[in-house]
Every structure is written in structure tokens, then in C-alpha cells.
Design a protein around this ligand. Structure first.
Ligand code: HLD
Length: 513
């Protein structure tokens, strides 16, 4: 493949020695040379796309950091390098990059390389604008409006008039929910600060939730001890009676419970907390309900799988939903939605008068920049809008259903080979949790001691996967068990044959452990 032989990418002799100041925007007469350079970059990218989709290619060419530092010239030179050298640098960078869109990459919640969304990202890079004002991003701002409204309507009919924003990742989306909730309860906090709250604020999330929820407590001055980790059941779902018990306990201590995060799709087990029961408790005690559906939100698009998992989501006050996960939009693409309009603005607005002038040519409600605590905002909407245009709602629904079907297929195959694989539980989402059983442990009855032994093998088998470059599946421990594998099917590239390959490759690499 060309991608593994970067010397193939030869610029023609007339331009190979040129430098960045010989092309646009410096030398208009070299517009053609500029295009030749860019076409060569695109050639490098297209080869990466080809090899990402080629099952005969490895997912990665693993090297330890010290070795990689020798293989790759990372240095910043005194004198600028030639265009030819830059092309070579691009090719070498991709040569050592993990192909996260490879059909055998099952390692992360965001896997895959959606071609339309990638095309969108290329356009976004070329347009190179900031999303804070309509003035410099008119088309993108209107697209954001349309797509965010569409997503809110999918959450629930009573959400249409709400508000949303794209944020840099699910963690920051959760932080926006926290800030809006505190602002709603204590509107003076923004100006008067911590002294305005006469007591200790406390928040609640399940012990399986994303660590970013706890991080809000630290970043926003509550302290992590005031983010209560509500126990979950054996499937990883928050136990509502435990939530209520903890709320009462803290109220009795004079604390101020104000925020509950309900997780729709936990990172490890893919569990869905029971939204309706949690919403009842929030209603009873007057607490803000945030649904962190960063991972599971994609299932809102599926009639078949939405219920019962996300039933009741329309009762939330805010919802995090990351299209860069199940929906396969390119990284990153994370959204946070509010049922009530106006909160984001009143909570975060600072009215910087050099940017958000009130006397502009156009309707300044289209300037979104003052709704956020960031200033600059990357354009994450175009790639999602273009992808949604390509698929339609129907295409996304089929995509969600397909990922779930493939997961069901994987579970079936695991159950057919009980000597080699131990399924930990029936998944609710595309997370499949299991142990691989090597030959020597196949005749040993399952017990906590065997689990410990199987747990020890996970890092060894994962290391073999990375060294062979043929497969990537994640592993981790949790509160109830030692290391186990967590397989994620969230890439449109995956087929039943890839699932078969995954299981047989684990056995090939691990049978003698
Ligand atoms: O927080 C996480 C985000 C992602 C992702 O966007 O791919 C956790 C994980 O992935 C993960 O794979 O555990």
C-alpha cells in the first residue's frame, strides 16, 4: 500500500523544493503549485481511507514511545522544510496512526470513519471559521439551529422551544448542564458568587456514571465529596430507592440537593438508568434532572430500541447526546440540550462588547457565542448536518438497528462457545462484556478464583492484539469484578464476519495463556 511507503508521494520537480512562503497566500502566481501540494496531501489521506477499510491491513503498527521517538522526526527545525518533506511528514504520521475506522477496531465508544462526515470535516477545515457570531459563520449558525431543533424534537415534543449548543465533548456538555441547573436555582450566583448559596450544594449520579459528573463537583466548588455516587444494581443501573435515601439523608443534614444525573448508556456496561423513576424523585424534591445520553443517545433514533431504555427522557431538564459516538459523526461532535430556552444565555453571558455588539446589522439572537463559557467554538455542525442529509432520519434509524443487531449476533456467538468465552451479562447497548478463557482454564468451574485468573490475562491478551496489529478490544475492571473485556460495535464498517474474526483472533492469540 502507498500509505506504508511514504516515498511514493513525489511532488513534481518544479515544486518539491518550494517552501510554505512560495505558495498561497504569499505567491498568487503559484496557485497551481499550491493545488498540486494539496492534491498530494489528499492522495495521502485517500490512501489512509483505503487502508482503513482494507481488512488485510493492520489496525496499527505499535511501537513503544522511546522507539517511536527514534522512528519519527518530531523536531521543530530552525529553517522551514520543503513541501516535499511536509508531504512525507503527513504520510509518516498516518503510517503510525491507529486506524480507528478499521472494521476490527472495537476499542472505543467512537469507532469508524464515516465518509460523508469526514468530507464535512474537510470542508469545515477549509472554511476555518469560529462559531461565535453569525457575522462570520452565517450558514453554519443556521445549520446549527436546524439540527439542534431537530434533535430536541426527537428528545420530546415539548422540547422544540428549548435551547442547545455544541460543546467540546460530553464532559463539557455535562458541565453546561450543571451550570444551567445551579443558575436556575440560584440566579444571583453569577454575580454574587458562592456567598449567595446558604448551605452545601449536593449532586447525585450513579456509581457507574461518567467521571465528568464528579469533575463538575470539583471544578464548580462543591468538592467531590458532595457528588454522591448512588449505588447501582448488578446490571449497572442506578437504584432509585438508593437515590431517594441519599437525598433525604443529605437534606436532613441541612444540605441542598439540586442536581441528579441519570446515565443513558454507561461507559463500561452500557446500562440505562430508569429515567421515569428518577424523574419522579426529582419532581418530588424539586431537583434538576440531567440525562447523560452521550453514549446511548443515538438510540433515540430507533423506534425498536429507544424504549424502554430512554423512556421518560422528555421529562429531563437537560440532555447530553454525542453524535460522535453511536451515530458515527467525526470527532468531535457533542451536544447539550435544554428544555427551557434562555437559560444558557442568562447563565453564561458576559456581553463582551468587542464581539457581541447589540447594534449589529442583523438579528443578534443568531450570535451564539455568549451562551457558552468558551469564547472560540469549533465548527462541529457541518459534518453532522451533511451526514444527516445523506442518511435522513430513516438512514440513522437503520444504522442504530444494525449496530444493535450485530451486538445480538456477537452475544449469540459467545454463547455458542461457552468453553472459550464467558458472557458477563446480556447487554442493553452495544457494549459486550466478557472474559476470554484460554485452554488451561476451560475445564475449571467458574468461580471468583477463576475470574481473578481470567482478569490477569486481559492485559496480556490485549498486548498481543496490539503487537500483532490485527484487533483492538478494550478491557477494564469494575467495582464487582477484576479485568474483563468490553467490546464496542459502533462502526458502520463492522460485519458479522468481523465479529467471527474477533472471536477467533482472540482465541488464536490467547489460547496458550
Ligand atoms: O468518555 C469516553 C469517550 C469515548 C469516546 O468518545 O470514544 C470513554 C470512551 O470513549 C471509552 O471508549 O471508554
Amino acid at each position: 500500500m502507498a500509505s506504508s511507503n511514504s516515498s511514493n508521494y513525489k511532488l513534481n520537480a518544479a515544486i518539491e523544493k518550494l517552501s510554505c512562503t512560495d505558495i498561497l497566500p504569499y505567491k498568487l502566481e503559484n496557485t497551481e503549485a499550491t493545488c498540486e501540494f494539496l492534491k498530494k496531501v489528499v492522495e495521502v489521506l485517500l490512501d489512509f481511507v483505503r487502508s482503513t477499510n482494507n481488512r488485510n491491513e493492520k489496525i496499527l503498527d505499535f511501537h513503544h514511545p522511546e522507539e517511536m521517538q527514534k522512528l519519527f522526526d518530531f523536531s521543530i527545525p530552525d529553517q522551514g522544510l520543503s513541501l516535499q518533506q511536509l508531504i512525507h511528514d503527513c504520510a509518516t504520521t498516518l503510517k503510525y496512526q491507529v486506524k480507528t475506522g478499521h472494521p476490527r477496531f472495537f476499542n472505543q465508544l467512537s469507532c469508524g470513519l464515516d465518509i460523508i462526515s469526514m468530507a464535512g470535516e474537510w470542508l469545515t477545515a477549509t472554511a476555518n471559521t469560529n462559531m461565535f457570531t453569525y457575522e462570520i459563520a452565517p450558514v453554519f449558525i443556521l445549520m446549527e439551529n436546524v439540527v439542534m431543533t431537530h434533535m430536541r424534537e426527537i428528545i420530546g415534543p415539548n422540547w422544540k422551544k428549548g435551547d442547545s449548543i455544541l460543546a467540546p465533548g460530553g464532559s463539557i456538555s455535562n458541565l453546561y448542564a450543571f451550570l444551567a441547573a445551579r443558575h436556575k436555582m440560584f440566579p444571583n450566583y453569577k454575580e454574587k458568587g458562592i456567598a449567595t448559596i446558604q448551605g452545601q450544594l449536593v449532586m447525585f449520579t450513579s456509581d457507574q456514571s461518567h467521571y465528568s459528573v464528579k469533575s463538575c463537583a470539583s471544578v464548580c466548588g462543591l468538592g467531590t465529596d458532595n457528588c454522591l455516587m448512588v449505588p447501582s444494581d448488578i446490571y449497572g443501573r442506578m437504584i432509585p430507592s438508593e437515590l431517594e435515601r441519599l437525598i433525604i439523608e443529605r437534606r436532613n443534614r441541612g444540605h441542598i440537593p439540586f442536581f441528579v444525573c441519570c446515565t443513558s448508556g454507561t461507559t463500561v456496561l452500557g446500562a440505562f438508568d430508569p429515567i421515569n423513576e428518577i424523574a419522579d424523585i426529582c419532581h418530588k424534591y424539586g431537583l434538576w434532572l440531567h440525562v447523560d445520553a452521550a453514549w446511548g443517545g443515538g438510540l433515540l433514533l430507533s423506534k425498536k430500541y429507544r424504549h424502554p431504555r430512554l423512556t421518560g427522557v422528555e421529562r429531563a431538564d437537560s440532555v447530553t447526546w454525542n453524535p460522535h459516538k453511536l451515530m458515527g459523526a467525526l470527532l468531535q461532535c457533542s451536544t447539550i440540550h435544554f428544555k427551557e430556552d434562555g437559560l444558557l444565555m442568562s447563565c453564561n453571558q458576559m456581553s463582551a462588547d468587542y464581539l457581541f455588539m447589540q447594534d449589529k446589522l442583523y438579528d443578534i439572537r443568531y450570535d451564539t457565542g455568549d451562551k457558552v463559557i468558551q469564547c472560540g467554538r469549533h465548527n462541529d455542525i457541518f459534518k453532522l448536518w451533511l451526514q444527516w442529509r445523506a442518511k435522513g432520519d430513516e438512514g440513522f434509524e437503520k444504522h442504530m438497528d444494525r449496530l444493535m443487531e450485530l451486538t445480538e449476533y456477537m452475544v449469540k456467538k459467545i454463547k455458542e462457545q461457552p468453553d472459550k468465552f464467558h458472557l458477563i451479562m446480556e447487554p442493553e447497548l452495544v457494549n459486550v462484556s466478557f472474559w476470554y478463557i484460554p485452554t488451561r482454564l476451560r475445564k475449571v468451574a467458574h468461580s471468583p478464583a477463576r475470574e481473578q485468573e481470567l482478569g490477569k490475562l486481559c492485559p496480556v491478551l490485549k498486548a498481543r492484539m496490539m503487537q500483532s496489529g490485527t484487533l483492538m478490544v478494550g478491557y477494564q475492571p469494575d467495582d464487582r469484578r477484576p479485568n474483563f473485556f468490553r467490546n464496542i460495535i459502533s462502526s458502520a464498517a463492522v460485519t458479522e464476519q468481523d465479529v467471527d474474526f474477533l472471536l477467533s483472533e482472540m482465541d488464536r492469540l490467547g489460547h496458550d495463556l
